[in-house]
Structures are given as C-alpha cells and as structure tokens.
Design a protein around this ligand. Structure first.
Ligand code: ITT
Length: 212
C-alpha cells in the first residue's frame, strides 16, 4: 500500500481524487468543496506519485470510473473518487464517448475538438445534438462502491468559441444557451454541468453512507 507524505492515518476524513487531469481536479475541488461534506480533505493524486495509471478498458463511463476508483482505493487504502466523462455526439452514434480524451490519437484537446467538428462537417443545426456525460464513482477502502451519472444536453457549435474550461468546451452549447461552455464562468458551468450533477449526487450518497 502506498502512503501519502505525513501518513494518512493520523489525519481526519480524507478523500483521494483519482484523476491526473488537472482541469478535472480544479472542477472537482470546486464542486465537492461546496457540496456540504463537512470537514473533508480532498487529496490529489499528486500526493501519490507512485500510484500507476489505470488502463481505461471499460465500455461505459460507469465501468471506467469504477476501474479508476477501485485501483486508487486499493493502492492508497483510502476512500477514492473518480470521474469518467466525455462528449457523446448523436450524429456520430454517441462517439467519441469513452474515447473522448484520445479521440485524435493522443494529440490533445484542440486536435480532438477539430476532429469532431470535421466529422460532423456541415450537419445542420437540428442534427448537431450532443451531450456531456459523467460517471462519478466512490470506492471505500473495504471495496464498497457507489456510482452515479450526470448529463448536460446541448449541441455542437460550428466554430470553437471561448477560452474557459477544457476539452470540448469551446464547441459545446448547452440547451437554452447561445454560448459555449468555454464562454461560461466557472460557477455557471458547475451549476449545470454533467460533472456538477454527478458529483452533487455522489456527495448525497456519501452523506447517506456516513450517516448510517
Ligand atoms: P483521468 O482518466 O485521469 O480522470 P482523462 O482526461 O483521461 O483523465 P477521461 O478518460 O474521463 O479523463 O476523458 C475525459 C475527456 O472528455 C476529457 O479529456 C475531455 O476531452 C472530455 N471532457 C470531459 N468533461 C469535459 C468538460 O467538462 N468539458 C469539456 N470536455 C470534457
């Protein structure tokens, strides 16, 4: 078992954020920080540099979120929380889906979103529907698990717009908005996002478990 500097056992209630995506870590700290979980320390995987990356071999967001959370809970002996998320484009039969992070072959966010825009081409507005999807999983040191889902529906823009957020934010326009999520400020995105919905639901589940 890999321990954090200073030792985990001596400290209060802790939760390990089982992701190395810095953008997700920022969003998860914001969302869980205001989720009413009491005196809880959110610890990043940077405190555990020796925990290996997990192969995301699952076919669903839930399966991959559980794979990541189980691996980090087992390696650290602590409560671990993971996010598996992505963009599902109806005109691409739900792709890039679980392949969102590596859709253009590992070339990064800009290449990924350019490839999606090219793949939908001049598909008309009424058929540019898409959703951001998120599965949030928690795994306790004894192996008990929780998993919930969040979704944000919308459509693809024709050009990237905005500089906030990450990933596909510059090309995703939530239903009822005329801006991309890269043109939303942080609080605005958290209030409606797939990650906000999923992790607020996960916080409810954690509170329920802790109150038993
Ligand atoms: P971890 O596995 O370490 O958590 P990752 O980046 O590999 O990090 P995923 O496999 O869950 O994570 O892929 C998520 C991808 O989906 C991410 O890289 C973005 O391309 C996209 N994505 C997820 N949430 C997003 C959001 O809020 N805004 C824009 N794009 C998002």
């Amino acid at each position: 078992m890999i321990d954090a500097p200073g030792g985990a056992a001596a400290q209060g209630r802790r939760l390990i954020l089982a992701t190395r995506n810095v953008h997700k870590i920022v969003e998860l700290r914001r969302i869980l920080g205001v989720a009413g979980l009491g005196d809880l320390r959110l610890v990043g995987l940077d405190a555990y540099p020796d925990v290996p990356d997990v192969a995301e071999t699952g076919a669903t967001f839930e399966a991959n979120a559980l794979l990541k959370a189980h691996a980090v809970a087992a390696a650290t002996g602590e409560l671990a929380v993971a996010d598996d998320s992505g963009l599902a484009v109806d005109a691409l039969n739900g792709m890039p889906g679980v392949l969102s992070a590596r859709w253009a072959g590992g070339l990064g966010d800009e290449a990924n979103l350019r490839l999606v825009l090219a793949q939908v081409g001049d598909v008309p507005d009424e058929r540019r529907s898409a959703s951001f999807e998120c599965a949030a999983a928690a795994v306790f040191p004894d192996g008990r698990e929780l998993v919930v889902r969040g979704r944000l529906v919308g459509k693809l823009s024709r050009q990237p717009r905005g500089t906030n957020g990450f990933g596909y934010d510059p090309i995703f326009v939530p239903e009822g908005s005329d801006r991309t999520t890269a043109e939303f400020d942080a609080d605005e995105k958290d209030a409606i996002s797939h990650r906000g919905v999923a992790f607020r639901a996960l916080a409810d589940e954690l509170r329920r478990v802790w109150s038993q």
